[in-house]
Design a binder for this molecule. Structure first.
Ligand code: C2E
Ligand code: CA
Ligand code: CA
Length: 879
C-alpha cells in the first residue's frame, strides 16, 4: 500500500532525499537497492513459506486487482489537517484486503507493482522507482506474512478475516517504518514525537480502510445483494470524505490567503516605521525587498500547496533586479538569480499570460524541459504576479509532495488566487511606499523635504548628541530665476543637490528645505570636522553651473549647530530647533561676510531681539518711543547753519536707547521702512515749517532706504508731504547711500529723476565706501555728495584718507556738486576741509544730533541771527 495515513509526511521525507541530493546520490541509490533486494528476498521467503493454492484465472484476478490498486490511488483524497500537514487517504487497503482473501501472494504483489511502478513511470518519477518498488514489495510481503501468521495463531478460534485485517494494517505500517529507517540511514533528523504521531496516524487510517475492506468483502460474499449495498455504502462514505475535505481545504485556503495579504500589509507598516535617509533612489522600495516577510509568504504558499519548493521572484521597481525568495528545497544558484528577459532568459519566465500554467517534465517542449531540469523539478505550477499596469513578479511551485499525485485543480485555483492576492497586496504596498516617499521627499531633487529630514534626523540626534546639523544656502538663485526663469533655477537646485549628495555619500541625511536651502545631518561629528565638511561642500557648490549657454557661479553660506551648542545643560535634540539655530548661524555668517559659521547662543539672542524690534516697531512709532534728532550742517567757511540731518532715535522700554544701526536694517528687512521714512520726513518737515514761520530758512535732510527707490509711488508721497507741510522742495534733502544707489543704478534712476524733477536736493551719503567713480555719478541727477565720516575722521593721521577727501572735493566740484564732510570732530579737520574748499561740514565739533528742544536751545545759544541777502533770516555759528 502506498498512500496511507501520514503519507504526505512520509513523502516529504522521500522528496527530500530526492531533491537535496541532486543528481545520482550514491547513498540513496545504495539504500534503495538494499531495500529492493531485501524486500525481494523477503518476498521469495514468504512465497516459499505460503501455500500456493491453485487459483483459477490467475491472470484475470491479477489484472482486476491491479486495476483496483490503480483506481484506489487515483481516488486518493487529500485532507489538510494543519498548516502544511495533509493526510493523503487512498483506498489501497481495499484491493489489498480483497487480494488477501482471494488471490495468492505473488498475484497481489505483481498487481500492486504493476499499478504502482506503472504510475511512477507514467509520471516520470524515475529516481524514486527503486525505493518505492522496494517499499511496495515490503508492504505486500509483510501483509501476507502477518495474515498467515495471525490465521495460524488463531486457527479454529478466530474468524478468517482477522488475519486479513492484521495484514492490511501491517502493510502501511511497514512502509512508514521503512521511511523512518530511511530518515535515520540518510542521517536526517526527525523528532521522536513526530515519528510516533506518524505511526499512530498510519495505524488509525489503516484501520479504517482495512476494516472497511473487510466489511465490504464480507458483505459482498455473505450478504444478500451484497454488491449494491457495498457500492452504496462506499459512495456515501466517499461523498462524505470529499465534502469534508473540500470544505476543510477551502477554509484552509481562505485562511492562507488572508494571512498572506496580512503579512504584506503588515510588512508595509513595519517599513513605514523605519525612517530613510533621503537617498536619491527610491529606497523605501528597496526596503520592502529587504523585509523577510517574503520568506514567510513563500513558506506559507509552499505549505498550503504541499509543494517541495516555492520560488517567489519579485520585481519591486522596473529598474531593480528580480528579488528571489525560495522556500523549501534549495534552488541551484543559476536558476535562483535567473533573468526574466533577454537572451539568458529562462523559458518558464519568458512565458506570457496572466493565468496559472502547469508543466510536467514528461509532456513539455525541450526548452521547458530544460528549465524544469535546471530547477531539478518534475513539475511546475507557475503564475505571474500582475498589477493593473505591469508585471510584479512570478510565483513558482515545484513538485507536489506526494508520491503519486501531481498538482491538481484545487492547487491551480489556490496558487492563482494567492498570486492575485499577493499582487494586489504588493500593489497596495507599492502605493503606500510611493505615497510615503512623496510625503517625505522633495519632488525636484528627490532629497528629503523638511518633514522627511525631521523624521530621518530625529532619532540620530537623540542618540548621538555629538552630531551636527548643517544648513547650506545657495546664493545666486533668485537672480537666476529672475533673469532666466524658474526652469533654470530649478536645474541649478537639482545640480547643487546632486553635488551635495555626491560629496556627503549615500548615508548622510540630506534635505532640500526650500529654494536653494539644503540641510544635512552629520552623525557623530565634531565641530571641526563639520567645519571642514562645510568648506568642502562650499567648494563643490562653487564650481560653475552651465546654464543656458552661460555658466553661472554660485556662492553659498553654511551655518551649523549641534545639540550641545545651546546655553542649556541638556543637549537639544529637536530637529526644528537645531535647523533654526543653524539658520541663525547662517544669517550671522552672511551679515558678517563669513562663509561658514557655528551657532552661538548669543546669536540666538541677537536674532530674537531683532525679531522683537521688528514686531514692536509700529507700536513704537505710535506710542512716541521713536523720536527724531537733528544734527546741524554748517557752510564752510561762512559757518552759516544751512540745515540739519534728521536722525531717528528709539528709546525702547526694555532695551533702552537703540542705535539706528541696529534697528534700521531690521526694519528695512521687514519691509517697514516706508513707515519709518514717512514718520521722519513728517517730523523733519514740521520742524522746517516752524522755522519758516519764524522767517528762518533751514533745510532738513532725511535718510532714505534703497527700498524706497524701488517704489514708483515714492516721489508722489514726497510731493504730498511737502504740500501738506507747505515746505518748498529745496528745503528737503534726501540722502541715499552710495552702495544703495550704485547697487542697481538703472533701477533707481526713474525714481531719482522724478525726485529731481520735484526739486528736492538729492545727496549721496557715505561716499567713498563703495566702488563707484564720481564720473559715474554724473549720470545720476544728484546735487550733493557726503564724504563718508571714516575718511574725515582718519584725515588727520592717514595720508590716504586725506587724499581721498581731497579728490572727492575736487572732483565733486568739477561735476558741479555740493560737497559735504560728515564726521568733523575737531578744528583741524574743519580748517583742512575749509582749505580744500569743501562746502559743508557736519560733525560733533559743530554739534551732536540733538532732540528738538535741545536743538532750539543750541540755536539760541550758539548762533547769531542776521538778515540775509534775500531778506531772509540767517543763523551763523558763533566762533
Ligand atoms: P548716516 O546717515 O551716515 O548718519 C550719520 C551718522 O554719523 C549718525 O549716526 C551720526 O550720529 C554720526 N555722526 C555725526 N557726526 C559725527 C562725528 O563727528 N563723529 C562720529 N564718529 N559720528 C558722527 P546715527 O545717528 O547713529 O545713524 C547711523 C545711521 O543710521 C545713519 O548713518 C543712517 O544711515 C541711519 N539712519 C539714521 N536715521 C535714519 C532714518 O531716519 N532713516 C534711515 N533710512 N536711516 C537712518
Ligand atoms: Ca545720512
Ligand atoms: Ca553718512
Amino acid at each position: 500500500m502506498s498512500d496511507h495515513p501520514g503519507a504526505a509526511e512520509q513523502e516529504r521525507v522521500a522528496a527530500q532525499w530526492q531533491t537535496e541530493d541532486q543528481g545520482p546520490d550514491r547513498r540513496f541509490l545504495a539504500f534503495s537497492v538494499l531495500v529492493l533486494v531485501s524486500a525481494v528476498t523477503a518476498a521469495a521467503l514468504v512465497s516459499w513459506w505460503l501455500p500456493s493454492p491453485a487459483t483459477p484465472r490467475v491472470v484475470v484476478t491479477g489484472l482486476l486487482l491491479a486495476l483496483g490498486f490503480l483506481l484506489a490511488e487515483q481516488l486518493a483524497i487529500n485532507i489538510d489537517v494543519r498548516s502544511g500537514v495533509s493526510w493523503s487517504i487512498s483506498f489501497c487497503e481495499i484491493p489489498l484486503v480483497i487480494g488477501l482473501f482471494v488471490a495468492p501472494f505473488e498475484v497481489v504483489l505483481a498487481a500492486h507493482l504493476l499499478a504502482g511502478v506503472g504510475t511512477l513511470l507514467v509520471r516520470r518519477v524515475q529516481d524514486r522507482i527503486l525505493y518505492n518498488a522496494g517499499a511496495m514489495v515490503f508492504e505486500i510481503t509483510s501483509a501476507f506474512a502477518v495474515a498467515k501468521w495471525v490465521n495460524d495463531a488463531l486457527a479454529g478460534i478466530g474468524p478468517a478475516w482477522a488475519g486479513v485485517l492484521a495484514g492490511a494494517l501491517v502493510a502501511p505500517l511497514s512502509s512508514t517504518l521503512l521511511a523512518l529507517v530511511c530518515v535515520r540511514v540518510l542521517g536526517r533528523t526527525m523528532r521522536l514525537n513526530a515519528a510516533v504521531r506518524l505511526v499512530l496516524r498510519t495505524l488509525v487510517l489503516g484501520l479504517v480502510n482495512a476494516s472497511m475492506g473487510v466489511v465490504g468483502y464480507q458483505v459482498v460474499v455473505h450478504a444478500e445483494a451484497g454488491w449494491p449495498l457495498l457500492v452504496l455504502a462506499l459512495a456515501g462514505l466517499s461523498a462524505l470524505y470529499l465534502a469534508y475535505s473540500g470544505l476543510l481545504r477551502e477554509q484552509r485556503d481562505l485562511e492562507a490567503l488572508s494571512e498572506i495579504s496580512l503579512i504584506v500589509a503588515r510588512s508595509g507598516h513595519q517599513a513605514a516605521a523605519k525612517p530613510s535617509l533621503g537617498r536619491t533612489e527610491p529606497n523605501d522600495l528597496a526596503e520592502i525587498a529587504d523585509s523577510d516577510e517574503w520568506q514567510t509568504i513563500a513558506d506559507r504558499i509552499k505549505d498550503q500547496l504541499g509543494a517541495a519548493r516555492v520560488v517567489l521572484r519579485l520585481r519591486f521597481e522596473p529598474q531593480l533586479p528580480l528579488h528571489t525568495v525560495v522556500s523549501g528545497d534549495d534552488l541551484p544558484p543559476d536558476v535562483r538569480d535567473v533573468e526574466a528577459t533577454g537572451s539568458r532568459a529562462d523559458a518558464l519566465l519568458r512565458l506570457p499570460g496572466s493565468h496559472v500554467r502547469h508543466f510536467r517534465r514528461g509532456d513539455a517542449t525541450p526548452d521547458i524541459r530544460h528549465a524544469l531540469l535546471r530547477r531539478a523539478a518534475d513539475e511546475v505550477l507557475i503564475v505571474p504576479l500582475r498589477s493593473a499596469s505591469h508585471l510584479l513578479g512570478v510565483v513558482e511551485a515545484h513538485d507536489k509532495l506526494s508520491r503519486w499525485r501531481g498538482f491538481g485543480q484545487a492547487d491551480h485555483r489556490l496558487i492563482g488566487t494567492m498570486a492575485s492576492h499577493l499582487a494586489t497586496a504588493m500593489d497596495n504596498r507599492r502605493l503606500l511606499a510611493t505615497l510615503r516617499h512623496d510625503a517625505y521627499h522633495d519632488p525636484l531633487t528627490n532629497l528629503l523635504n523638511r518633514p522627511g529630514f525631521r523624521r530621518a534626523a530625529g532619532e540620530p540626534l537623540r542618540k548621538h548628541p555629538d552630531s551636527v546639523v548643517l544648513r547650506i544656502d545657495l546664493d545666486v538663485l533668485s537672480t537666476v530665476s529672475d533673469a532666466l526663469g524658474y526652469a533654470w533655477s530649478d536645474r541649478m537646485v537639482v545640480a547643487a543637490g546632486r553635488r551635495l549628495r555626491d560629496a556627503l555619500g549615500p548615508d548622510v541625511a540630506l534635505a532640500r528645505l526650500e529654494g536653494g536651502q539644503f540641510a544635512a545631518l552629520l552623525v557623530d561629528a565634531t565641530t571641526d570636522e563639520a567645519h571642514l565638511i562645510a568648506e568642502r561642500l562650499r567648494a563643490e557648490l562653487a564650481a560653475p553651473y552651465p546654464v543656458d549657454r552661460l555658466t553661472v557661479e554660485a556662492n553659498s553660506v553654511v551655518g551649523y549647530s549641534t545639540p550641545r551648542s545651546g546655553d542649556g545643560d541638556q543637549p537639544e535634540s529637536d530637529v526644528d530647533a537645531l535647523l533654526q539655530r543653524a539658520d541663525v548661524a547662517l544669517r550671522a555668517a552672511r551679515s558678517s561676510g563669513d562663509t561658514v559659521k557655528a551657532y552661538l547662543p548669543t546669536m540666538g539672542q541677537i536674532f530674537l531681539r531683532r525679531f522683537q524690534l521688528v514686531t514692536q516697531f509700529r507700536h513704537a512709532l505710535e506710542t512716541g518711543q521713536v523720536k527724531v534728532h537733528y544734527q546741524p550742517k554748517v557752510a564752510l567757511p561762512s559757518r552759516q547753519v544751512l540745515g540739519v540731518e534728521a536722525l531717528v532715535r528709539w528709546r525702547h522700554p526694555e532695551f533702552g536707547r537703540l542705535d539706528p544701526d541696529e534697528f534700521v536694517p531690521a526694519v528695512e528687512a521687514a519691509g517697514l521702512v516706508d513707515a519709518l521714512t514717512g514718520f521722519v520726513m513728517d517730523q523733519a518737515l514740521i520742524r522746517v515749517r516752524k522755522w519758516m514761520d519764524r522767517g528762518l530758512r533751514i533745510a532738513a535732510a532725511v535718510n532714505l532706504s534703497v527700498r524706497s527707490l524701488d517704489d514708483p509711488n515714492f516721489p508722489q508721497r514726497v510731493a504730498a508731504a511737502l504740500d501738506r507741510h507747505g515746505v518748498p522742495p529745496e528745503l528737503l534733502t534726501l540722502e541715499l547711500t552710495e552702495s544703495g544707489v550704485m547697487a542697481d543704478p538703472q533701477r533707481a534712476l526713474p525714481v531719482l529723476r522724478a525726485l529731481h524733477t520735484l526739486g528736492v536736493v538729492l545727496a549721496v551719503d557715505d561716499f567713498g565706501t563703495g566702488y563707484s567713480s564720481l564720473a559715474y555719478l554724473r549720470q545720476l541727477p544728484v546735487d550733493e555728495v557726503k564724504i563718508d565720516k571714516s575718511f574725515v575722521l582718519g584725515m588727520g593721521t592717514d595720508l590716504g584718507d586725506l587724499a581721498v577727501v581731497r579728490s572727492i572735493v575736487e572732483l565733486g566740484h568739477s561735476l558741479g556738486l555740493t560737497v559735504v564732510a560728515e564726521g568733523v570732530e575737531d578744528d583741524a579737520a574743519r580748517d583742512q576741509l575749509a582749505g580744500m574748499g569743501c562746502d559743508v561740514a557736519q560733525g560733533y565739533l559743530i554739534s551732536r544730533p540733538l532732540s528738538e528742544s535741545r536743538l532750539e536751545a543750541w540755536l539760541q545759544a550758539r548762533t547769531t541771527q542776521a538778515r540775509g541777502l534775500r531778506d531772509e533770516m540767517v543763523l551763523t555759528l558763533l566762533a
